[in-house]
Ligand binder design. Structure first.
Ligand SMILES: Nc1ncnc2c1ncn2[C@@H]1O[C@H](COP(=O)(O)OP(=O)(O)OP(=O)(O)O)[C@@H](O)[C@H]1O
Length: 454
């Protein structure tokens, strides 16, 4: 694996399944459009509404974009998000990007009015396990994922994994492969790292002399994964001309090496594809082929972001710490204030961020209790550009409300400024042009106060 993970031998364990309930039932009333007054049950975790067949719910009206908005169920309502529509989403006469709705709220998309008529729970299957294959976590969101992997792994279906960066898509692919009991290997093809000139040869293989530099016959990743699983990571980055060829290979289960026209080779490969991009949006924009999307999306799994499974953070932190200690012969544990910091920090979504924070702290401390001071969560230890590229993008794209976004920005900003000023509150308040009292209140609200001095 590319990320320093370890491959464990496949364990055959029987897990008990249970039924559980989670938010997910949404009833939407469409007041305009072709069938005014129609009530639609849009139950599901995230539901898209638009004019095209790509949307989960189609609303035929000229003012509605092909993918117009999305609803995500919450405990007592739903998060409504504009999907880049032309005519916008409107709530109380204001155009909104993301807003939290309660049952009974009326909103507009283009010229059509909708009411979120009712919300409730749906019944789901979950496994009673705190880990499954290489995935850790005992939150309901993870246990639902385990149940889905468990029921899909041994089917012949190809699987599409959707989820934000660093939420465990690759680990999920490994877990699917292990649980599938397919005897061949799992091969990883990272479309984001493919060199354009070598991409086709890497995927489908080539014959000696097929192009300059092709000095010997070479199998592609499909053939290398024979009898096993081909994990196609960042499939949304695959150039359009290769998307056609990939679709053909998937449909016919055969590949043709470069330089061997007319000589197709049969392959027995299970495909698991992943992307952090919204592929339906990419289809709507024309950068991803619709037929390939439907081919890949026959079975879809979502890896939940950390913010949807906060109860897993301490468990994951302990797991990561155990691994560094084992690898480097360190003797460390998480102190009370570190545990408090881990619980209090609003992790945006990325498990990798949590792992990095633990690993850095372990190398700084080396022995004894890791305290909050070593755990520089959200303190912007990454260079500014990459913090902006990953953290902020995820934040702005995520379903955070106004106050949460400001809190996340402050959690990045304030620890950085405190550190620059040697944790001196007066100097930080002067530097930022905000009163000392206001700054102190804010630090307290965010659980950052204990680390600063006046
Ligand atoms: N459920 C989990 N249990 C244990 N570790 C996890 C879990 N989810 C993610 N991780 C950790 O986070 C890191 C990122 O996971 P992974 O590479 O599978 O994510 P990804 O979604 O494929 O990321 P990217 O989109 O950047 O490729 C892994 O190295 C792993 O250590």
């Amino acid at each position: 694996m590319r990320d320093g993970d370890r491959t464990l031998p496949t364990q055959r364990v029987e897990f008990a399944a249970e039924t559980a309930r989670r938010p997910g039932r949404l009833i939407l009333r469409v007041l305009d459009g072709r069938k005014p007054g129609e009530t639609i049950d849009v139950s599901g975790r995230v539901v898209s509404v638009g004019r095209s067949g790509l949307a989960d719910v189609r609303v035929a009206h000229r003012s509605i974009s092909s993918l117009h908005f999305e609803l995500q169920a919450r405990r007592s309502g739903a998060v409504l998000r504009d999907l880049g529509s032309t005519n916008g989403v409107w709530f109380q006469d204001r155009r909104v990007q993301v807003i939290e709705l309660e049952a009974g709220d009326l909103f507009k998309a283009g010229e059509c009015r909708f009411v979120l008529a009712d919300v409730g729970e749906v019944e789901i299957d979950a496994l009673s396990a705190s880990r499954f294959g290489q995935l850790h976590g005992s939150s309901l969101a993870m246990r639902e994922l385990y149940a889905q992997i468990n029921s899909l792994a041994q089917t012949p279906l190809d699987i599409l994994l959707l989820g934000e960066t660093g939420t465990g898509k690759e680990l999920t692919a490994h877990t699917i492969h292990e649980a599938s009991r397919r005897r061949g290997p799992m091969i990883v093809l990272d479309c984001g790292a493919l060199s354009p000139s070598l991409a086709e040869g890497t995927i489908f293989g080539f014959r000696k002399g097929a192009f300059t530099g092709a000095e010997r016959d070479q199998a592609g990743v499909f053939e290398a994964a024979e009898g096993g699983t081909l994990f196609i990571d960042e499939v949304g980055e695959l150039p359009l001309e290769l998307q056609v060829k990939l679709l053909r290979a998937l449909d016919r289960r055969e590949v043709t090496r470069l330089g061997e026209p007319g000589h197709a080779r049969k392959v027995d490969v299970r495909i698991v594809a992943a992307t952090h991009r919204d592929l339906r949006q990419a289809v709507a924009e024309g950068s991803f082929r619709e037929d390939l999307y439907y081919r890949l999306a026959r079975a879809v799994l979502r890896t939940p972001p950390l913010r949807e499974r906060e109860q897993d953070t301490v468990e994951l932190a302990q797991t990561f710490l155990g691994r560094v200690c084992q690898d480097y012969g360190l003797e460390l544990y998480l102190g009370e204030d570190a545990l408090r910091t881990i619980r209090a920090y609003r992790w945006p979504g990325n498990v990798r961020e949590l792992r990095n924070a633990i690993e850095q702290a372990a190398h700084i401390k080396r022995r004894g209790a890791i305290g909050a001071a070593e755990l520089r969560v959200g303190a912007g230890r990454a260079p500014r550009a990459s913090a902006l590229a990953t953290g902020l993008e995820a934040l702005l794209d995520g379903d955070w409300n106004y106050y949460e976004i400001h809190a996340e920005l402050d959690k990045l900003l304030l620890p950085r400024k405190l550190e620059e000023q040697d944790h001196n509150l007066s100097r930080v308040s002067k530097r930022l042009g905000v009163s000392r009292d206001k700054l102190r209140t804010r630090l307290k609200e965010l659980g950052l106060y204990s680390r600063s001095r006046s």
